[in-house]
Ligand binder design. Structure first.
Ligand SMILES: [Zn+2]
Length: 250
């Protein structure tokens, strides 16, 4: 919808390969409404994505405030993260529709989406999203940060998946997170800052823009590793692991 004055996306239209109509229509699933989820939703909305489902069951805590654009001091302890982002995203673009889903991803039907952006802080959720995205042939972009370092991996139907890049250490870490009942036993806080979070979120949304514009050939098939301390970015080769359970039909 055009409002008074110039089209808000007229500078983006100068980037020839971007398909703004496809971006406007895309149904995004964002998993995780923490620091990375805040930045990813902000970048998605500013980039013209309008239909976003945001999954998170958590409540805002004070330690979120230094890294989360959409959270306010008055929210601490009472407002769900996904609801705060959903209610404030339209102040960036009134055409944005962010629908909060107050749940764990394990209870969410992912099939009704065109692309998935993972902003989670644990391996269990990553493995769940990864296997379902592979099964449903939905492109999945996973982001992670740890202090000033971070990584982005794009999982497409014809390439390696997240589990191809995992090893026994990851599996052991996953097992330690759960009790016999399946409930979380502990969550260890990890170091985090907004500058690294913003870089990783930007890389994730840029990959989404390529895929939705029909240019997944421009996406990195490897793992992109960012080191904010050194100021470097490098691509780590991730081959398809023939023992990975997610490639049975390949
Ligand atoms: Zn795999």
């Amino acid at each position: 919808m055009l409002r008074a004055g110039a089209d808000r996306f007229n500078r983006m239209r100068m980037i020839e390969f971007l398909d703004l109509d496809a971006i406007h229509e895309c149904r995004c699933l964002v998993v995780g409404a923490g620091a990375l989820g805040n930045e990813v939703v902000k970048d998605l909305v500013l980039s013209g994505f309008r239909y976003i489902t945001l999954v998170d069951h958590d409540v805002i805590s004070r330690s979120n405030l230094s890294r989360c654009l959409f959270f306010r001091e008055k929210d601490v302890g009472s407002v769900k993260k996904a609801r705060a982002i959903a209610s404030r995203a339209r102040s960036i673009d009134p055409d944005a529709r962010v629908r909060p889903n107050i749940s764990r991803i394990q209870f969410v039907d992912m099939s009704d989406h065109d692309i998935i952006l993972g902003c989670v802080d644990n391996i269990d959720a990553r493995i769940h999203i990864n296997s379902h995205a592979r099964f449903l042939s939905i492109p999945y972009i996973d982001g992670a940060t740890y202090g000033l370092r971070g990584k982005v991996q794009t999982v497409l139907s014809d390439g390696p998946c997240l589990q191809c890049a995992m090893n026994r250490t990851h599996v052991k870490q996953m097992e330690r997170h759960f009790s016999c009942s399946g409930d979380d036993v502990f969550v260890t806080p990890i170091p985090s800052d907004i500058t690294t979070t913003a870089v990783i979120a930007g890389m994730m949304v840029r990959e989404a823009m390529k895929i939705v514009s029909g240019r997944s050939d421009l996406c990195s098939r490897d793992m992109c590793y960012y080191d904010g301390e050194k100021g470097t970015t490098e691509l780590l080769d991730v081959p398809v692991d023939p023992t990975c359970p997610n490639h049975g039909g390949d």
